[in-house]
Design a protein around this ligand. Sequence first.
Ligand code: NAD
Length: 294
Amino acid sequence: MKIGFIGLGIMGKPMSKNLIKAGYNLVVFDINKSAVDEVVKAGAEEGTSAKDVASKTDVIITMLPNSPQVKQVVFGENGVAEGIKKGSVLIDMSSIAPLVSREVAEKLAGKGVDMIDAPVSGGEPKAIDGTLSIMVGGKKETFEKYKDLLLKMGSSAVLCGSIGAGNVTKLANQVIVALNIAAMSEAFVLGTKAGVSPELIYNAIKGGLAGSTVLDAKAPMVLDRNFKPGFKIDLHIKDLTNAVETGAGVGAPLFLTNQVLEILRNLHLDGEGQSDHSAIIKFYEKLAKVEVTK
Ligand code: NAD
């Protein structure tokens, strides 16, 4: 099986390297040449365009920022659709709007090409370790066929429903993560203002009901004042915007999500768009005029 991999950013780079380590032959492409060079050094073949990648491979994986980039890479000039062969499959692992996954899949079906959406959770550390959680939408037989391949990048892959269901699940994940970081931020600023060390608060509560994977990942970053992404504020704005639009379409109330989305937008305007989403705390710190540290 020859694999195409398009989108070699924070996530795509380590994911593609794990496939190379697992013994797959990869043809890769990104508009960022230095990212391509790095993965080629790890053993991949360089593709000259998305079309070139698709024409040389049977399985094409995309790991791009959002819906417009996925549409561009698949249907734009020199895109996947111009090179892809009948019987190939597109595995889109980007986090995009579920409706766009369905739209792309429908168009590709007309070319005899199957598609699954398979967004991930776990961030860069789990992309490096190959222990991502992968949420999949698509046909059961397609999922079963490519499950082993997915598990070279993740420790779990769950079929959540038909095409688009992976991205609906990812939106649910992103709502829970954003609201958790906002809750942690409010609590740490409260502790700081009330004279109790946030580090002690974290150590005291992490084993109890309020403990979580989000808290364990983000509290140490805040306490170290380390806002290097990780997962960028701008990407979380993208995900919550997709969540709010999807919610409006299906009639789901998203009060808290809308509020955290406003906080994230505010941080973007403050120049924090490229910071890790743990920088949500800076919004509260600014209002309360404190800094949360060790
Ligand atoms: P990133 O911005 O680091 O990487 C995106 C890559 O896509 C870049 O290398 C960029 O050059 C490339 N790209 C953009 N347009 C392109 C085009 N037209 N043709 C070819 N390449 C193009 O983003 P990332 O953090 O790797 O995230 C990728 C996806 O994974 C996003 O949907 C994100 O929401 C999701 N995700 C990210 C994380 C995380 O912690 N970073 C975690 C889970 C899911």
